[in-house]
Design a protein around this ligand. Structure first.
Ligand code: GDD
Ligand code: MG
Length: 359
């Protein structure tokens, strides 16, 4: 089961128009990366636990299913069920036959699902959580692991000084069907606050250390970071090979039908989505540009995210940490200083010289 609800407030305005699970990571929706990995590890069926809006967006995207059977389980309209409620709601769909996998839909994890199932079975746990080592655990669920893979204590988002360790909940669980008895029905439930701490006390919660790449794309910086990390580690596929006029500084990834103009300098660390059009003498680095955006002559984009179908005029300067929403129009000669966010479909005709949210 993949949990896809919630409101990604820190990724606004791009999350106004797509759930985090659909953010393109190296031009491929996060959910597609997850489907591919699940299929590789022999998973056959996926339940998407969604809210109404997420369901609409996912269906629109037509993500390749890799042979997986996909079923939707919806939260009631305007009544989000949290991270535990959707699991309880899907009880009949999941059945009671065997342990099952639950994933937070907003994380990118290089994990072997077969291995976490093995740990779960070996330890005979009620729940096994993938754990990942991070510097600052305070934004996450934190686990104290004791000998034999058991979790002695689980706390959700503790103040930094009270975090029992640096091992955080990576948002990947194997649960045994008995878990259904512990989740209250028909209301919002936080599995991290209401279920895991109790299981830990009772010695029925296990940990599985995830050593590979793991990232939660909660913030724009993390979103740019994961694209950068993958640009560094993946050899570009044939279809992502950068072609075009101007100078290309690898690593970069271009989706289909990208065009770049004369004397432009693209890269390093630039991802251009499908049909992106770049004018002449444009400089872009450390940025992700979503599909169908246009960046016109003599503009500069640095360390920013440009939304789908955005139209950036001539001689525009976009400085680091800016997020330009989908279908925004930025007029010629405008400068956006650091940290400016622009809501979808807005038109910006004057420079913005302080970090601001333009609505
Ligand atoms: N269907 C549905 N309904 N899904 C939901 C709802 C809801 O009401 N609320 C949240 N979700 C989904 C989110 O879309 C996300 O994929 C997942 O459940 C986790 O919710 P977040 O809101 O993203 O939680 P978080 O990031 O603050 O914390 C969680 O993830 C961390 C790892 O990234 C917790 O599980 C932490 O313990 C964990 O460390
Ligand atoms: Mg999250």
């Amino acid at each position: 089961m993949i949990l896809i609800g919630g409101f990604a407030t820190r990724l606004r305005p791009l999350s106004c128009t797509r759930p985090k699970a659909l953010f393109p990571i190296l031009n491929k929706p996060l959910l597609q990366w997850t489907f591919e990995r699940l299929a590789e590890d022999g998973i056959k069926e996926v339940i998407l636990a969604v809210n109404h809006q997420a369901e609409v967006f996912i269906k629109e995207q037509k993500i390749p299913k890799n042979g997986l059977k996909i079923t939707y389980s919806r939260d009631p309209l305007k009544k989000p069920l949290g991270t535990g409620g959707p699991i309880k709601k899907a009880e009949k769909l999941v059945g009671h036959d065997s342990p099952f996998l639950v994933l937070n839909g907003d994380i990118f994890a290089d994990i072997n699902y077969k291995e976490i199932f093995k740990t779960h079975e070996k330890e005979n746990a009620m729940a096994t959580i993938a754990l990942h080592n991070v510097k600052d655990p305070s934004k996450y669920g934190v686990a104290e692991l004791v000998k034999g893979n058991y979790i002695k204590k689980f706390v959700e988002k503790p103040p930094r000084k009270f975090a029992p360790s640096n091992l955080i909940n990576a948002g990947v669980y194997v649960l045994s069907p008995e878990i259904f008895e512990l989740i209250p029905k028909a209301r919002k439930v936080s599995i991290e606050r209401e279920v895991f701490p109790k299981l830990a006390e009772e010695g029925r919660l296990c940990g599985y250390i995830l050593e590979g790449l793991w990232i939660d794309i909660g913030e724009p910086r993390e979103f740019l970071e994961i694209n950068k990390t993958l640009l560094n580690s993946l050899v570009p596929l044939e279809e992502h090979k950068a072609r075009g006029r101007g100078k290309i500084k690898e690593p970069v990834a271009f989706d289909k039908n990208v065009s770049t103009g004369r004397q432009s300098v693209i890269g390093p660390y630039v991802v251009l989505g499908r049909n992106v059009t770049i004018g002449n003498s444009v400089c872009i680095k450390d940025s992700v540009v979503f599909p169908d955006a246009v960046i016109s002559d003599f503009s500069i984009v640095n360390g920013s995210i440009i939304g789908e179908g955005a139209m950036i005029g001539k001689k525009v300067e976009i400085n680091s940490g800016c997020i330009v929403g989908d279908h925004v129009k930025i007029r010629d000669n405008v400068t956006l200083s650091r940290g400016v966010s622009v809501c979808p479909a807005k038109e910006v005709s004057k420079s913005v010289l302080k970090p601001r949210y333009i609505v």
